[in-house]
Ligand binder design. Structure first.
Ligand code: SOE
Length: 381
């Protein structure tokens, strides 16, 4: 079998997750790894068992590379995605697609003109239960959607000494929690419900007005406690927490809360969709279960089981009921759909996977949320 040769750019947290998922798909070979320096690329390539270590610009000249995964900090996504498309390669970019709306618009137009496959890693759509909710809604099992309540809670930035490039607007953009995890929640909300957000009213808070930025790399598990002199106190002006009220194109309402300072909530997306026939509640920390609320009968508790799923949702299941699938599997399932398109050599007319259009959509909503917070007013999308 001729394998599709792939390059992955950036190996923080999510780059290795892309690599692991790609290695579970038979006709793909992750043959090149790119990092900010040749030395770091070689270190990481050796660690991850990847044949080639190259700088990004050198990789672009490699005709054998058919697709590139952009897993770098947000501020690099636009330029790198643009360069990959201009090099005639298919591109899968981490969210957010860009840090400015006009950059995302340019990427959508360039991708469309190129005909190349383009995707944004809204991988949380690929919990099989998420597509099950979508297909159940499409077949009328929810009825008219009355309201949506969502939250996405984490605690990895809970301490004042928790630090990451996402705290720096020049690398992350003007929003942090909303752009980083709120984008997943809002994408999933529109994907499952089929509704469009039409207006937002947002209010942010920055719990830690300053944070202690380590002045040197914290060696993993070094056991060395950093001293006070190892930190620099820096001002923070992006949101730790955000509450957003939503209006939808069916005239009904909803709200989302996003926070990265909720102790004990590790990576918890929760959504409750109240319909005229039923109520769905899904939690990403229990992704193999769906609570279905009823008024006139007993509630139901659906477990992930291909025999109980719609055919479209069952396609995202690799293991029988009771053999739980989770976060790592979402990327594998998404890439299976993306690489079927890459195998065909072009972007499908109606892609089942999230594209640059979806990345632009999320950025537009995120920008309007930032504007709403700044003006403390309802803002139309
Ligand atoms: C950090 O908030 C993060 O890694 C996000 O960047 C990912 O998109 C999310 O899936 C998990 O948490």
């Amino acid at each position: 079998m001729e394998k599709i040769k792939v390059a992955v750019v950036g190996t923080g947290f999510i780059g290795p997750a892309h690599i692991e998922a790609l290695r579970r798909i038979p006709n793909i070979e992750v043959s090149t790894l790119c990092e900010v320096t040749q030395e770091l690329a070689e270190q990481k390539a050796a660690l991850l068992g990847i044949e080639k270590a190259q700088l990004f610009d050198d990789m672009l000249k490699d005709q054998e590379i058919k697709a590139v995964h952009i897993c770098t900090p947000n501020f690099l996504h636009y330029a790198q995605s643009k360069a990959v498309l201009e090099a005639g390669k298919h591109v899968i970019c981490e969210k957010p697609l860009a840090t400015k709306i006009e950059e995302a618009e340019e990427l959508v137009a360039l991708a469309k003109k190129s005909g190349l496959v383009n995707a944004v890693h809204f991988n949380l759509r690929y919990y099989p239960m998420v597509r099950q909710m979508k297909t159940m809604r499409e077949s009328g099992e929810l009825g008219e959607i009355y309201s949506i309540m969502g939250s996405y809670l984490q605690d990895w930035l809970f301490l004042q000494t928790d630090y990451n490039w996402r705290l720096e607007p020049d690398k992350s953009g003007d929003s942090r929690a909303i752009a980083d995890i709120g984008s997943h929640l809002l994408d999933l909300t529109e994907y499952v419900t089929g509704l469009k957000v039409t207006e937002v009213m947002a209010d942010f808070s920055t719990v830690h007005k300053t944070r202690l930025k380590p002045l040197k790399a914290i060696e993993t598990y070094s056991g060395k406690m950093l001293q006070a002199s190892d930190y620099e106190e820096v001002p923070i002006n992006t949101e730790d927490h955000a509450t957003v009220m939503l209006r939808f194109d069916n005239g009904n309402k909803g709200s989302v809360t996003v926070s990265q300072v909720n102790a004990g909530r590790k990576n918890r997306l929760n959504i409750e969709i109240a319909g005229s026939k039923a109520n769905f509640e899904f939690c990403s920390e229990r992704p193999n279960e769906l609570w279905i609320g009823k008024r006139e009968t007993a509630n139901q508790h659906l477990m992930k089981d291909p025999s109980l799923f719609t055919p479209e949702a069952a396609k995202l299941i690799s293991f029988p009921g009771g053999h739980n699938e989770g976060f790592p599997d979402t990327s594998k399932q998404m890439f299976r759909e993306v690489y079927a398109a890459i195998e065909a050599g072009k972007q499908p007319e109606n892609p089942t996977f999230p594209t640059f259009e979806d990345g632009y959509r999320e950025l537009l909503i995120c920008e309007r949320i930032i504007e709403s917070h700044r003006k403390q007013a309802w803002i139309k999308i």
